[in-house]
Design a protein around this ligand. Structure first.
Ligand SMILES: Cc1ncc(COP(=O)(O)O)c(C=O)c1O
Length: 383
């Protein structure tokens, strides 16, 4: 694996990318050129394959300019007609964001909430749908990046499907790293972005959708630029984006998808990320850090750790000292609890994780934080 010339990003994205992905951007292509249109076509097909489906099975891939949030907003404001009622499952900041988007579009959304260290409960979702016939859609975050928790989308999907509702999944930080099939999870719309586990650079997001569900979006959109149906129709008509495409980011992404294949697809990538995650957890707990999540809910993409109780620990100083060594970690994103996060995705191996752990130990020592800082606590209900 090519060495990184500069910083290593232990974050949920943008991520450390390979040299070859960056090099793929050293080309200027016109957005209407056949060569670029062929790349877009190829990327759309490959994305469906990563989602375990194909066009012949009735699924479509739509690329859209902007970060992941733009994709979520495009789906919520194109797939849900103004008088429909989505049920949004919330156990972290990204579930809250979907709720905020729905509110901004004037949707009468309902929310089911769980604490940030608990997964969404499929039986509770089923009960709420049965109680309220007005609910038309269910939306959930797969990997809640605020904690690293993985929600059980397959079980939720089968209950949503049995109740004949539409199922929307924010798979921003799981797609490409956690094997899934849109068909077996009964997903109508899945949203993810170029700069997460597929290891591209930022610049666009994408939506994978059941073709029938996508066709039903026609005329619903409340915005011009985030009109999912029209974006799809444009891509289908002439292979082109409606508005200026992020050409360089798409070329980088095509290379990133070839590198995913070379690694053995989603299964191969999951294997590397799981090894990274295991090294991270073992190292951090042996330094005395306490993970926020109980292990049974913890995914292998990003992890949240409690700030140590030692008054000598200040996150900002910890962060800056690591950053000066070219190692970028991430602040917490939890309501009340002081935490920070470390991602183990992107072009990183267990060696990079070991280098980070050595640096963490050295920085704690320089800050006069006692190592180990606290014995690991095992009671997940009372973190
Ligand atoms: C689960 C999830 N949803 C949505 C987003 C928002 O994506 P972006 O910051 O690219 O808009 C993120 C970003 O990390 C995420 O992890």
């Amino acid at each position: 694996m090519a060495r990184q010339p500069y910083k290593r990003l232990f974050t949920p994205g943008p991520l450390t990318t390979s040299r070859t992905v960056k090099e793929a951007m050293l080309v200027d292509l016109g957005s209407r050129e056949d060569e670029f249109i062929a790349v877009v076509r190829d990327v759309r097909q490959r994305l469906l394959k990563v989602g375990g489906v194909s066009q012949t099975q009735g699924y479509e891939a739509v690329l859209l300019q902007g970060s992941g949030t733009f994709g979520i907003e495009a789906v919520l404001s194109s797939a849900i007609p103004p008088h429909d009622k989505p049920l949004i499952l919330v156990n972290g900041a990204y579930g809250e964001r979907m709720l905020a988007i729905a509110a901004r579009h004037g949707l009468a959304a309902d929310a089911l909430r769980w604490p940030e260290n608990q997964i969404t409960d499929p039986a509770a979702v089923q009960r709420r749908i049965e109680e309220d016939p007005a609910i038309t859609h269910v939306a959930v975050v797969h990997s809640e990046t605020s904690t690293g928790l993985l929600n059980p989308i397959e079980e939720i999907g089968s209950r949503v499907k049995a109740a004949r509702r539409s199922f929307i999944v924010d798979a921003m930080s799981s797609f490409g790293a956690v094997p899934l099939s849109l068909e077996s999870s009964h997903i109508d719309f899945l949203i993810s972005s170029a700069n997460k586990c597929l290891e591209g650079v930022p610049g666009f997001c994408f939506v994978l959708a059941r073709k029938e569900s996508l066709q039903a979006c026609q005329g619903n959109a409340r915005t011009l630029s985030l009109d999912l149906f029209e974006q799809w129709r444009g891509l289908e008509a002439n292979g082109q984006f409606r508005f200026t495409p992020p050409t360089h980011a798409i070329l980088a992404f095509a290379q990133a998808l070839r590198e995913l294949d070379a690694e053995g697809g989603v299964a191969g990538r999951a294997k590397r990320y799981r090894a990274n995650h295991a090294a991270l957890m073992a190292g951090m707990t042996s330094l005395g850090f306490r993970p926020f999540l109980p292990p049974e809910h913890q995914g292998w993409v990003i992890s949240a750790f409690h700030d140590p109780g030692d008054p000598a620990f200040q996150f900002e100083e910890f962060y800056q000292r690591l950053a000066r060594r070219g190692l970028i970690i991430y602040p917490g994103k939890l309501g009340q609890i002081p935490c920070f996060r470390i991602g183990n995705i992107g072009r990183l191996t267990a060696n990079d994780i070991h280098e980070l752990l050595d640096a963490v130990a050295a920085v704690l020592q320089a800050m006069n934080v006692a190592v180990p800082v606290a014995p690991p606590r095992l009671d997940p209900a009372n973190p």
